[in-house]
Design a protein around this ligand. Structure first.
Ligand SMILES: *Cc1c(COP(=O)(O)O)cnc(C)c1O
Length: 448
């Protein structure tokens, strides 16, 4: 990094000292090459922070950027965190009254991005309404990114997160997809841990209970012009939640839909964006009115399965050789890359005679496949009695068994013993044990 000369790189021809510096780094004289895109990219990699290197990578060969003489933008900085505790703490409701998402804890994390100064000092402050200009982008073109993760209390009393690095990486990709200001994802994780630690007493210390964490990033540029929002508000709120299945596993029913799409090739279905959800509300009501709880989203002429409601879809199929196939659609841009999905795939591959998953025959292999599965393939497995289980997976339910899938007026009815099949149950047991700190794993991260 050579901060003193960085603005010059962007503004004008490189200074002699910068050229000397860069050429020594590159081991060659830039000479005539310094205006080429390749040179700009090389030098950006060596000297500029990510925001600037992005600007430079769009520079056409032989053209210098117009004016980028703004002061350096500050990134999210946990060392600048201020904590203001509420003077009127609420009492958490009795655990048995907790559903999902209705009750918020006492505090929230807030940080604003302003195009002139970058990210403000982050603040943990009393939970309260926010005030925004009615012209803000979020109210019109809806740039909105979110994440969903959970904190659990371990036997040591410490709150812990489950694979939060995957949530942060996904949030970074979602942010980029809607052109909102980037942020340091590791810094955000540090801040989230601090927030959870401040409100840790809101997590009921009982099995199955957790604190749902909702990091949110919205575009706040106060202008009706149709362009990316150069201002943003990042906040994180916490909602203590009860078990998804308070009285034992309850399988859900799905109705297949293909005339409306949750996602499509080239669309945004692989990102956690608010805009992906609203268009699903009406089809969801339709499903409900037909007597099904959620939708099995099919896509394309071949009617391939994408997701189950807002969960990733898995089918468990008996093989002729006695092993099991575990099939989920591939991350082809139409599928949300779920943390639970990724965990189920890893656990399936780890199942072996030496480290079997709970309740599964150690010698029976689970072959995990990320591949296209069409509704007619699913029907064929079902017709020959080989479809052992189908389930949706996601942070909220972890594993949600499916007992009925409606397609073209006919119901495929799945056998579900005790609510959840053997493979689903093994996954659920293993993931919950790791989340709640009962089984040591690098997937579980404590908040100090
Ligand atoms: C969040 C989400 C999932 C599940 O992702 P997890 O990281 O496992 O919670 C699956 N599908 C959609 C559409 C989602 O929004």
């Amino acid at each position: 990094m050579i901060p003193a000369t960085r603005s010059r790189v962007l503004n004008r021809l490189p200074s002699a000292s910068l050229l000397a510096h860069v050429s020594s780094k590159l081991g060659r004289m830039p000479c005539q090459r310094f205006l080429s895109t390749a040179w700009l990219k090389d030098s950006a990699r060596l000297t500029a922070p990510p925001t600037i290197s992005r600007a430079m990578s769009t520079v056409k060969a032989g053209v210098m950027p117009d004016v980028v003489s703004k002061p350096l933008k500050a990134d999210l900085d946990p060392s600048k965190l201020t904590i203001t505790l509420t003077k009127t703490p609420k009492s958490p409701p009795p655990p048995e009254q907790l559903g999902f998402g209705a009750v918020m804890s006492d505090h929230m994390l807030v940080c604003e991005y302003n195009p002139e100064s970058g990210w403000s000092a982050p603040s943990i402050q009393p939970y309260a309404p926010i005030s925004l200009d009615p012209a803000c982008a979020i109210f019109h073109y809806t740039p909105s990114v979110f994440e969903g993760m959970k904190a659990f209390v371990g036997p040591d009393g410490k709150p812990r997160l489950f694979r939060p690095d995957l949530n942060m990486a996904r949030m970074e990709r979602s942010t980029d997809r809607v052109s909102l200001p980037h942020f340091d994802k590791d810094a955000l994780l540090v801040l989230i841990k601090k927030l959870v630690a401040v409100d840790a007493h809101w997590i009921p210390p009982m099995r199955g209970y957790s604190m749902y964490i909702r990091p949110t990033l919205i575009g706040t540029r106060a202008s009706l012009s149709v362009a990316s929002s150069t201002s943003a508000l990042l906040y994180v709120i916490l909602s203590p939640s009860g078990p998804y299945f308070p009285t034992g596993f309850k399988p859900i029913s799905l109705i297949s839909m293909w005339d409306t799409a949750r996602t499509w090739p080239g669309g945004t279905g692989a990102y956690k964006l608010g805009i992906n959800y609203t268009p699903c509300f009406k089809p969801q009501e339709e499903a409900y009115s037909k007597g099904y709880q959620q939708i099995l989203w099919l896509l394309g002429d071949e009617r391939r399965i994408t997701e189950a409601g807002q969960m990733n879809f898995f089918a468990v199929v008996q093989r002729d050789d006695g092993d099991i196939d575990l099939i989920t659609p591939p991350l082809d841009g139409t599928i949300l890359p779920g943390v639970t999905r990724s965990s189920v795939l890893s656990l399936a591959s780890s199942h072996s005679p030496t480290s079997p998953l709970p309740g599964l025959p150690p010698t029976q292999r689970i072959h995990a496949h990320e591949r296209t599965i069409t509704i007619s393939e699913l029907q064929a497995h079902h017709a020959r009695g080989a479809l052992l289980e189908a389930f949706g997976v996601g942070t909220a339910a972890i594993i949600c068994p499916i007992d009925r899938i409606g397609y073209e007026g006919v119901d495929m009815v799945m056998p579900v013993n005790e609510g959840l099949g053997k493979v689903g149950k093994a996954m659920w047991d293993e993931i919950v044990a790791i989340q709640e700190g009962l089984k040591p794993s690098e997937w579980s991260v404590t908040c100090e």
